[in-house]
Design a protein around this ligand. Sequence first.
Ligand code: GDP
Ligand code: MG
Length: 441
Amino acid sequence: LGGRISGAIRQMSNATVIDKKVLNDCLNEITHALLQADVQFSIVSDLHTNIKRIVDFDALAAGHDKRKIISKAIFNELCRILNPGKKPPFTPKRGKTSVVMFVGLQGSGKTTTCAKYAHFHRSKGWKPALVCADTFRAGAFDQLKQNAVKAKIPFCGSYTESDPVTIAAQGVERFKKENSDLIIVDTSGRHRQEAALFEEMRQLAEATKPDLVVFVMDGSIGQAAFDQAEAFKQSIDVGAVIVTKLDGHAKGGGALSAVAATKSPVLFIGTGEHVHEFQVFDAEPFVKRLLGMGADLSGFMDNIHQAVSSMDQVQKPPELLSESGNFTLRNMYEQFQLMLNMGPIGHAIPGFDQELMMPKGGSGKMKRYMIMMDSMTKKELDSPNGSLMNNESRILRVAKGSGHSIEAVKEMLEAYKRQAKIWSKTLKKGSKNNKMMNVEQ
Ligand code: GDP
Ligand code: MG
């Protein structure tokens, strides 16, 4: 998402003359990207209208830097989406006991985040306590215990009681008596949004009467974010969001969707496994990161950092290649995905068939090829040198399945062969002098 938006802005910035058409093209691309990322239509439409209002060509005097005004307007609008204007419905109050319940799918980072949240507040003088109401996942209590002991936070849970509601109710009661002022309830997740989880969540809320329900979302899940966030919001009164795993390569476009879906603010972000790797959320740096911008807003154009870090991913041959060191159709598919995410920067990548990036064929070609590859079986995608596809009846099946002609599929297979050749050459060169992509020098 961020890649597409920054791509659109870059394209706009590169235009010789900035006129209404250039602005419209740019806005259309951004609108599509947001809609495709499942950001709600009304939000996208507001963004569109607001930017058009701010960037009024007729009112702008000559000499104004339109590129800058447009970029800034887009930036501000994205920040506005992330700041839904509401304060969290609740902030813990001194001298009172507050209960905060954490919900989210399994693996989203709830248990880790509970400990971080407790640790953060303790450092501000609160007396937090942790309650483990996850009886679903084996070892859940041990995990919470470990985190709590490390961060020296009081905790409770049970190895024997199997009813999470009983544990939660007893835990909350106990810590209220012990004068804790912030009781944090960690709940179980499931792999997917399912009825049993939501039912359990509601019962837990009933028993513990939380002042705040925090939805914890894995920031690296991308497109699935909106649905997931919305499903939780519909089942329980989510008041705030914490987005985790925003370290590494994740740019967190999903956070936009999560905020849109829950209409709740992001309170914190998690940037690592360690209890300190936790930050109060701030929309501006977040959007900058989403767009791959440096600290300087005008630095869109020479955004070499993003280029280099994206290329780092391309550079790792072992991950892109199959076990045998063969460049398979699947590898090409993954490469395309990366290219499409990167936008125009993809041009600069050695080892990539330039023809595919040409304006004429361009990303349209890659997308078409990807649709064809979507009709292939796993075995076909992984076969060495695409050997299984040297077969007329398979080609016919893929053509039919993807709605393309046989010739088109053959063209794709040819492109794949060219690409495999280029790639193996680049790799050889790369391993020789280990300097495959020294763009930054
Ligand atoms: P839960 O199932 O929702 O309770 O999730 P956990 O707290 O057990 O976290 C699942 C995994 O994600 C664990 O390996 C955590 O260490 C890891 N994790 C949680 N938050 C972050 C984060 O912000 N960054 C990274 N890199 N890993 C995280
Ligand atoms: Mg957990």
